[in-house]
Design a protein around this ligand. Structure first.
Ligand SMILES: [Zn+2]
Ligand SMILES: [Zn+2]
Length: 715
């Protein structure tokens, strides 16, 4: 076959199927600039994900591909370049490789030579030393195209044997025919089901279905599988968080045994405080996958009064925009240098896999947090999420004020303090009103004065200075928080909360398994009921189920809105103070301090009504856009530069909104160039009339005409 040395006469292939694989492409022998000859093909860059999904579904070798390495280059950084130079380079490796790990993370020789099977027989190996891998290069010269270079198409190990899938003749092994070989996915699935308390016979059934994908149906396999599940169940039941009576020693042992899941560890000593950063391999992959050029959020100081050390969780937003825990940090210290230590270790770990990885924003939930390490290490803007403040205010209102009418009025008044940040009223006036109108609510007022008043100016100042995150992300973070609380506090016997090993155990077993299974069910469609529960695990998604006509308003004074139940149309919920994040609903979920689906739905409807204020995050966004718009006053190069930036940003946002709201990439691509059409005209109709000067979707055009006008004056 002819070897080509230039990409110039390479055809661009774009198979019609939603997902496609290597067999749908024609491969060309290509002599790359690195002097290798490999199979290569050129596809549109937008179709890379479709190709990878297709490759994972390979019938003979079902697998996943993970990013083993990544590199990035800035546009314009090269003066001279070859046609195959990359803008973005990613090496994808079959997840049954590259290494062949044994317990403790040591790399084993090929399993054919591994004879020690008596030991740890119930622990199948998941890494099979598969060498199948390919590179994807987004081309420097043509960024809309991706060059796929398949270095190794076969799923074989270093010795050249097929090492996984139904064709793996050694699928029962390792070495001895005692343990069915099980890929990490099935192992994780079975463990998750056991951790989640699914009855053993159901676990066994799914387990057998899983391995039959690899080795067909066979009574021996089934009986071995049954022993395996029993044994695993036993191990899990007997496993304890308490590796040593002394908590500190126990944690040290856990860290030693789980090196691959620890990204930072500092034992407490006279000079250093305790810090433990946990991230499993799976979490690492999800962080790379979902956070790159997206948002990372945190749920900070969980259990600050109940746990020995509070928990700080880093959250990614997955493809459904649910919050997914991608790293946990257990520590009490919040000083700049300590936070910087673990953040740096985490980012270094990720960059070790993919140096091109970067996030576009970091959502914090506590204005008192140190922001410098985030800015320095993640190099991105910081956003603020209101949900923690809102939650703690609401819970205290509920606890300390007796009457529902008082509760909703006082909560509304607290909302005014927040709104005043962007409506340019004086927050102190709203505070004064609170103290005067509710002077008889001594319990609450005392709490507010003692706990909030001393720091309120700092808080409001910080919130004003950084952009505000949306209600959807608040709902997602809340979804995680609620789940975490349920898991951590459910069976906590006295004293356990004061042990770190117990918290670590809870997180890495039950909670990790829960999220693993949610995502697996969602992406594979394997467990429909798990999937459904997962989809509706945030208020935002539950709100999307409510139809617009279920919401009615009291149109005279806008005091409340009613939401008809979807299940029983005779039932209604009343949402007071509609159109505000500080609305209060009479459903139990809201009364517990959460942002319920009724409030979110009512607020979604209010966004399109002139008589209601836009959401807080929209007001904050508007503030930023106005500032940006006002900045370049003179007719200088800086104006041109800001115009270029604004155009670029507008373009990027349009694409993102389209992608996020459509859920179908191909439809979006077919519609290019785009119009701002996301969220049903939220940008224009939800705005108060007074803000006519801000037309975000037209701001660039406006600037252009303004500039033209100015230029014409000089003619
Ligand atoms: Zn493979
Ligand atoms: Zn409600």
């Amino acid at each position: 076959m002819e070897i080509k040395y230039s990409l110039d006469d390479f055809p661009v292939q774009d198979p019609q199927e939603e997902e496609f694989s290597a067999s749908d492409l024609t491969w060309v022998k290509y002599g790359s600039s690195e002097h290798h000859v490999d199979d290569a093909a050129l596809i549109p860059y937008d179709r890379v994900e479709a190709f990878i999904s297709g490759e994972c579904l390979n019938a003979e070798h079902p697998t996943r591909f993970h990013i083993e390495r990544g590199r990035k280059r800035e546009k314009g950084s090269l003066k001279e370049y070859k046609s195959d130079e990359y803008l973005l380079y990613r090496l994808y490796w079959c997840s049954f490789g590259p290494e062949n790990y044994g317990e403790g993370g040591t790399i084993l020789p090929s399993r054919r030579y591994r004879l020690n099977t008596r030991n740890r027989a119930a622990r199948p190996q998941s890494m099979r030393g598969c060498t199948c891998h390919f590179a994807v290069k987004r081309l420097y010269a043509r960024p809309s195209l991706a060059l796929i270079i398949y270095h190794e198409r076969r799923h074989v190990n270093k010795s050249g044997f097929i090492c996984h899938g139904p064709l793996d003749r050694d699928a029962i092994g390792p070495g001895a025919k005692k343990v069915p070989y099980i890929c990490s996915e099935i192992q994780q699935q079975t463990m998750s089901l056991i951790y989640l308390g699914v009855p053993e016979e159901n676990v066994l059934q799914t387990h057998i279905e899983g391995i039959q994908r690899y080795c067909g149906s066979n009574p021996t396999v089934n009986s071995i599988a049954s022993q395996y599940v029993q044994k695993l169940g036993m191990i899990i039941k007997r496993s304890t968080h308490e590796l040593d009576l002394d908590d500190q020693a126990s944690i040290r042992m856990w860290v030693e045994k789980n090196k691959k899941s620890v990204f930072f560890y500092q034992d407490s000593s006279e000079t250093d405080p305790f810090i433990l950063g946990i991230q499993t391999e799976w979490q690492l992959q999800q962080m790379i996958r979902f956070c790159h050029q997206s948002i990372l959020a945190c749920d900070s100081s969980f259990g600050i009064s109940k746990l020995k050390y509070p928990l700080y969780t880093l959250l990614a937003f997955d493809s459904r925009r649910h919050a997914l825990p991608v790293a946990w940090v257990i520590t009490r210290t919040i000083t700049k240098q300590d936070v910087a230590k673990w953040m740096k270790a985490l980012v270094d770990r990720i960059h070790g896999v993919d140096s091109a990885w970067r996030i576009d924003g970091f959502i914090i939930d506590d204005p008192a947090l140190e922001m410098e390490p985030i800015r320095e290490i993640f190099c991105c803007p910081i956003l603020f999420s209101l949900w923690r403040v809102r939650r703690s205010w609401l819970r205290n209102v509920m606890k300390k004020c007796g009457h529902i009418e008082v509760q909703r009025e006082i909560f509304k008044c607290l909302g005014k303090i927040m709104y005043s940040i962007w409506t340019k009223e004086n927050p102190m006036d709203a505070m004064e009103e609170l103290f005067q109108d509710f002077v008889d609510q001594t319990d609450f007022i005392q709490y507010f004065k003692a706990f909030w008043l001393p720091k309120i100016e700092m808080w409001l100042g910080t919130i004003k200075s950084i952009p505000l995150a949306s209600q959807e992300s608040c709902g997602a973070i809340e979804g995680y928080h609620v789940k975490l609380k349920l898991k951590v506090y459910d069976d906590s016997h006295l004293g356990a909360l004061q042990r770190v090993d117990w918290l670590v155990h809870k997180l890495t077993t039950e909670l990790h398994s829960g999220y693993w299974l949610d995502l697996y069910a969602d992406e594979s469609g394997s467990f429909p009921s798990v999937k459904e529960e997962y989809i509706y695990s945030t208020s935002w998604h539950r709100a999307m189920q409510i139809s617009d006509d279920a919401v009615t308003f009291d149109d005279k004074v806008h005091l409340f809105a009613k939401v008809r139940s979807q299940k029983d149309s005779s039932q209604e919920r009343i949402v007071w103070n509609p159109g505000s994040e500080f609305a209060l609903c009479d459903c139990p979920w809201s009364i517990q301090g959460n942002l319920c689906k009724h409030i979110i739905k009512v607020n979604m409807v209010c966004q399109h009504k002139k008589e209601y204020l836009p959401s807080l995050s929209y007001l904050s966004f508007q503030d930023y856009m106005l500032d940006l718009w006002k900045t370049p006053m003179d007719d200088s190069l800086s104006l041109d530069l800001s115009m270029a930036w604004a155009t670029q940003m507008q373009d990027k946002i349009q694409r993102l909104v389209e992608l996020i709201t459509s859920g179908d990439v191909t439809k979006v691509i077919n519609k290019l160039p785009l119009k701002w059409a996301g969220r049903k005209g939220r940008t224009s109709s939800g705005k108060p009339a007074a803000d006519k000067k801000l037309q975000i979707q037209k701001s660039t055009a406006k600037k252009k005409s303004r500039k033209r006008r100015r230029l014409s004056r000089f003619k």
